[in-house]
Design a protein around this ligand. Structure first.
Ligand code: KG4
Ligand code: ZN
Length: 343
């Protein structure tokens, strides 16, 4: 079975084709991505209306590119999958509209996928795929969650952020440091030559008894520290503050992940979402987990941030596991807010 997947929830248009395999992880035949970063950069963040319009421009050419690179024809596609939510409503409507139109035209069923389930399952496309059950740390621009994952579609929320997401903390702090959009990768680059000890920043909720997170206070502390540096801080001060910010975020994420592993007794951790690309987070999780004989799995670096491959994969894995049915109901709706534990 061939599944075409379309991702358009935020500022990346992604299309991919996967083939299901008897008893195995679906095989990625091809994927193509267009990032809108350059377009939004001038505005310092994602402009939803521009994002929607750009998805419209990109999605069909990307689909053609994927089919050509996979030596497949549109008529070979058995199921058309798309990101149904969460995300920007207008952006989601583009992907779901195109997917359903293709479904009608080809007389093929469609399947709406949860964006975070895509992230969560994306490490299955890596050379070292995980096995169920595991603890998942989902860290993206809009979400920070710890989940217990017992199988496809069997997700239990262990804890989540009560305010900002980890990616948001990176992005907002980067802005305070005068760095452009998207802030996470830029802050991480600047942190490489900074001293994380140079500033003392809070680790909100790190020692709370539950597995929830909070990053809003950290952003305020970074703002206060940046104000103290004056209007024209030197490069080293900025790098030190970037390093201290990254360290505070990473400390909390690592500490809570270890706590979730301990609480569940599981020995496997999967890290997914854009912040999962952060090298300091990876290094510190690897070191701490190695000490505890916990295996850590990541998606391949290029599949950490939004992409179509994870959407096609999640749809194919759901169908294989009998956890979803593709339907010939093309009256699509989108879910800009959607709880993963409810899928
Ligand atoms: O998963 P994602 O691509 O989109 C959402 O679903 O939100 O995550 C985007 C987030 C942004 O906040 C971005 O700054 C952050 O991931 N990010 C990083 C890095 N790469 C992306 N944060 C820290 N270090 C990175 N290397
Ligand atoms: Zn995402």
């Amino acid at each position: 079975m061939l599944v075409l997947g379309i991702e358009s929830s935020c500022d990346e248009t992604g299309v991919a084709l996967v083939r299901t395999r008897e008893g195995g992880v679906p095989q990625l035949l091809g994927h193509a991505l267009h990032s809108q970063i350059e377009m939004h950069r001038a505005y310092g963040g994602v402009v939803p209306e521009l994002a929607s319009r750009d998805h419209i421009r990109r999605v069909l050419p990307l689909a053609r590119e994927v089919l050509a690179s996979s030596s497949a024809a549109l008529a070979d596609v058995d199921v058309v999958a798309y990101t149904r939510g969460p995300g920007l409503a207008g952006a989601l409507l583009v992907g779901s509209g195109v997917a359903c139109a293709l479904g009608v035209a080809l007389s093929r069923p469609v399947l709406g996928v949860h964006h975070l389930e895509g992230h969560l399952l994306s490490p299955f496309l890596s050379a070292d795929p995980p096995e169920f059950p595991f603890v998942a740390l989902l860290v993206s621009g809009g979400h920070t969650q710890l989940m217990r994952v017992d199988g496809v579609g069997r997700y239990e929320l262990l804890g989540e952020t009560i305010d900002d997401a980890a990616g948001e903390a990176f992005d907002k702090s980067a802005k305070l440091l005068g760095l452009g959009y998207p802030g996470g990768p830029q802050l991480a680059r600047m942190a490489e030559y900074g001293d994380p000890q140079a500033f003392e920043l809070p680790r909100p909720l790190m020692h709370s008894p539950n597995l929830d997170f909070s990053f809003a206070g950290l952003k305020t502390a970074v703002w206060t520290a940046s104000q103290r540096l004056g209007s024209q801080p030197c490069e080293q001060d900025r790098a030190n503050l970037a390093a201290a910010t990254q360290q505070a975020i990473v400390d909390v994420l690592v500490h809570k992940s270890l706590k979730a592993l301990k609480a569940t007794g599981l020995k496997r951790l999967v890290v997914a979402g854009g912040v999962g690309a952060n090298a300091a987070l990876r290094a510190q999780l690897d070191a701490q987990c190695a000490k505890r004989r916990v295996r850590v799995h990541y998606p391949e670096l290029h599949l950490c941030t939004d992409n179509g491959a994870m959407i096609a994969l999640a749809a194919a894995m759901r169908l294989q596991a009998g956890r979803a049915e593709a339907v010939r109901d093309y009256a699509f709706d989108v879910k800009p807010r959607w709880d993963l534990a409810s899928v």
